[in-house]
Design a protein around this ligand. Structure first.
Ligand SMILES: NC(=O)c1ccc[n+]([C@@H]2O[C@H](COP(=O)([O-])OP(=O)(O)OC[C@H]3O[C@@H](n4cnc5c(N)ncnc54)[C@H](O)[C@@H]3O)[C@@H](O)[C@H]2O)c1
Ligand SMILES: [Zn+2]
Length: 355
């Protein structure tokens, strides 16, 4: 197959669950040729949402058609509200209709993190697991949710409460697909990008400080995915080091939940959460002085706010699924580019937050 010139390929090395992350501007036009290696006779089922279908559905049909691939698609309403058991059940019924998806079939998650998590979980569980490919269309999904094999749906008791680890067979990332993203979604993606700089790459952090959102997206995505790939290789099932990807998320989830998931989107909430975690780290003497101010300046350069009140947050943190009985493992920075896991009791945390 002829490769688009600037495609770059990362491999997530997980033995027989290893897979490639292909990153390239224009690579979406080659999706058909890439998918042909994975599509077999058991059906090709694409899950996407209405926005993605409206913008890119025609182009998907074209690239798959050129590769001689026929597909069926299941289109969900956009937004977090779709990551639920009744849509999942609808997908199972659709897979089963007329034997549409067999054990050797392929699922394609074509959309943002919502589609990726829902379609990924459907693939993880259908006939005890079928192959799937991620074609992420939001910046957040390109740098985070499409890589690493976490799949989930929400229940009325909380986000991502039901899920499975199921690695994709391929992640195909075309950064130009972000050109149609609403401004707020793009900004949310940059919060995750800043996170990668903060926890693992002072170089990336510095480039973002210098260039803001004009930093070349392809390079940014490549660096974020390579950081995530390494962490996933080291700790596929999230029992140790992979936890540093949660920097800003314990506070962020509490902020999302405090406002009933309405005031802030995920990226905005974790932006405030990262800022809070950096301040807490400095107060505890874990984080080098000046780090919080530097992080806040970057977030504001990226158009993200970092101010949020700590009132009532600990109550929400206690019901987070990552909470321990007597406290929480917070991810703190040592400095820009280095993160540590720091165990804290609820009392200690309350004191530090309001100290
Ligand atoms: N599995 C993981 O490791 C992981 C990691 C991080 C986040 N997540 C999950 O990801 C979800 C959030 O993902 P998200 O931020 O991508 O949200 P999303 O999937 O809801 O997409 C955001 C919005 O952008 C629209 N959209 C998507 N691509 C577009 C495009 N190219 N052009 C125009 N509009 C487009 C969507 O229709 C939607 O309205 C959450 O459910 C979160 O739990 C999972
Ligand atoms: Zn996140």
């Amino acid at each position: 197959m002829s490769d688009v010139a600037d495609n770059r390929i990362l491999t997530v090395g997980l033995g027989d669950r290893s897979y490639d992350i292909v990153i390239g501007e224009g690579s979406f036009a080659e999706a058909g040729a890439r998918l042909r290696d994975f599509a077999r006779d058991g059906g090709l089922c694409v899950v996407s949402d209405e926005n993605v279908r409206d913008i890119y559905g025609g182009a998907l049909t074209e690239t798959l058609g050129r590769a001689g691939l026929r597909y069926d698609s299941f289109v969900i309403p956009p937004g977090e509200g779709s990551k639920n058991i009744s849509l999942l059940s609808g997908i199972y019924d659709w897979f089963g209709e007329g034997g549409r998806l067999k054990r050797d079939g392929l699922v394609v998650a074509f959309g943002g993190g919502v589609v990726g998590d829902l379609a990924g979980f459907a693939a993880a569980t259908w006939m005890r697991g079928v192959s799937y490919v991620q074609i992420p269309t939001t910046l957040l999904a390109m740098v985070d949710s499409s890589v690493g094999g976490k799949t989930a749906i929400d229940t009325k008791r909380g986000k991502n409460l039901v899920g499975a680890f199921h690695q994709p067979s391929l992640v195909l990332i075309d950064p130009t697909l972000t050109e149609t993203l609403p401004e707020r979604e793009l900004r949310a993606g940059f919060a995750e990008v800043a996170k990668y700089g903060a926890i693992a790459s002072e170089g990336l952090f510095g480039r973002l400080e210098r260039n803001g959102r004009a930093t070349g997206l392809s390079d940014v995505i490549h660096e974020c995915c390579s950081i995530k790939a390494k962490l996933v290789e080291e700790d596929e099932f999230d029992a140790g080091r992979r936890a540093i990807l949660n920097f800003g998320h314990t506070f962020g989830h509490a902020i999302e939940s405090k406002y009933g998931f309405a005031k802030y989107n995920h990226g905005e909430a974790i932006s405030a959460g990262m800022s809070m975690a950096a301040a807490v780290g400095e107060r505890l003497g874990v984080t080098d002085k000046g780090t919080a101010a530097r992080l806040d300046a970057l977030l504001s350069r990226l158009g993200l706010s970092s101010r949020e009140s700590a009132d009532g947050l600990v109550a929400h943190m206690r019901s987070d699924k990552k909470a321990l009985a007597d406290g929480v493992n917070l991810i703190l920075l040592k400095r820009v580019g280095e993160a540590v896991v720091h165990r804290m009791s609820w009392d200690e945390l309350e004191e530090t937050l309001h100290g």
